[in-house]
Design a protein around this ligand. Structure first.
Ligand code: PSZ
Length: 289
């Protein structure tokens, strides 16, 4: 039996129903998070839950739980479902009320849903790298919010999938912003460049961990925007996300990055990222190398 969270309750999945006038369903009016689970333990749960509460504040959606209450609920669901390796998905919509663009009154409570899913680590693509396309970033100007509205992101990802690529790297004019569901970093002459945490990108938890690793280990880091030309001329390119961790990008729009195989700094960051997972969640059975 698989259990999910609906509002405060852990219930059987088949019994969990949401209303057709849920604002998440009708307007994409809500916020969400995806948290990785390794060895039955959540990785960087505090950071994800803090970002969820912040996303809520940014859209004036009052999440009626503390970080610790949310964490406790998720832990119970993970244990009940015996999830060892996978993800937790959690979202808050602004609640259910007769369709009207303006927010409902304070009497309407947000709707919380969460579930677990088993997923392995994508070790093949982490080892060998993936292909990407370039696409104009047509999203709104609050990409820092982890909103349920993902049309721009999913249309970009679909374009990548149709052309046999794994990720779509978005750019506003000449400036590279982020992937459809990942942050993008490049390495040039030993320095790592990644778009600063502004309104134009989601400040990824994986991105933050990688930046922290750079600072701790003396890898030169510049949180400054780079162009499409910089991207194509980079020595190394990688994407980062909760699911993809650090995944090398070895080809963009049919052009090889460097010699077309994952670079040394990317490999080093993968190893150090794995170490930080193991520190929090215990030994990984399947490793990148
Ligand atoms: O399962 C998946 O494919 C996942 S889990 C998380 C993501 C994809 N992507 C998160 C994300 C994003 O959607 C955008 C637009 N930018 C950056 C990221 C990376 O954020 P973190 O590192 O917090 O997952």
């Amino acid at each position: 039996m698989e259990y999910v969270i609906l509002n405060g309750d852990l219930i059987e999945r088949s019994k969990a129903k949401v209303d057709i006038e849920d604002r998440g369903y009708q307007f994409g009016d809500g916020v969400y998070e995806v948290i990785r689970v390794y060895n039955g333990k959540m990785f960087t749960a505090d950071e994800h839950l803090e970002r969820l509460l912040e996303s809520g504040k940014k859209i004036e959606l009052n999440i009626p739980y503390s970080k610790d209450q949310l964490k406790q609920m998720l832990i119970e669901m993970i244990e009940r479902n015996n999830l060892e390796l996978g993800i937790v998905y959690m979202q808050f919509s602004r609640g259910t009320s007769p369709r009207n663009h303006a927010y409902p009154g304070a009497d309407v409570a947000p709707v919380l849903t969460a579930y677990t899913r088993e997923t392995t680590r994508p070790v093949e693509s982490m080892r060998n790298g993936v292909k990407a396309i370039l696409i104009e970033d047509i999203r709104w100007l609050r990409c820092d919010i982890k909103s349920l509205n993902l049309l721009g992101n999913i249309m970009a990802k679909q374009k990548a999938a149709q052309s046999g690529s794994f990720e779509a790297i978005q750019h506003r004019g000449d400036t590279v912003t982020e992937g459809s569901s990942s942050n993008i970093a490049i390495v040039k002459d030993g320095t790592l460049y990644t778009h600063p945490a502004t309104n134009l990108i989601l400040n990824g938890i994986t991105r933050r961990k990688i930046n922290e690793i750079c600072r701790e280990t003396g890898i030169a880091l510049k949180e400054s925007a780079f162009t499409k030309e910089d991207l194509l001329a980079a020595d190394e390119v990688f994407m980062s996300s909760t699911s993809a961790e650090v995944t090398p990008i070895i080809e963009i729009e049919g052009k090889l990055i460097g010699n077309g195989s994952p670079g040394p700094i990317t490999n080093k960051l993968q190893n150090l990222f794995e170490e930080s997972i193991e520190k929090q969640c215990g030994s990984l059975t399947v490793k990148i190398r």
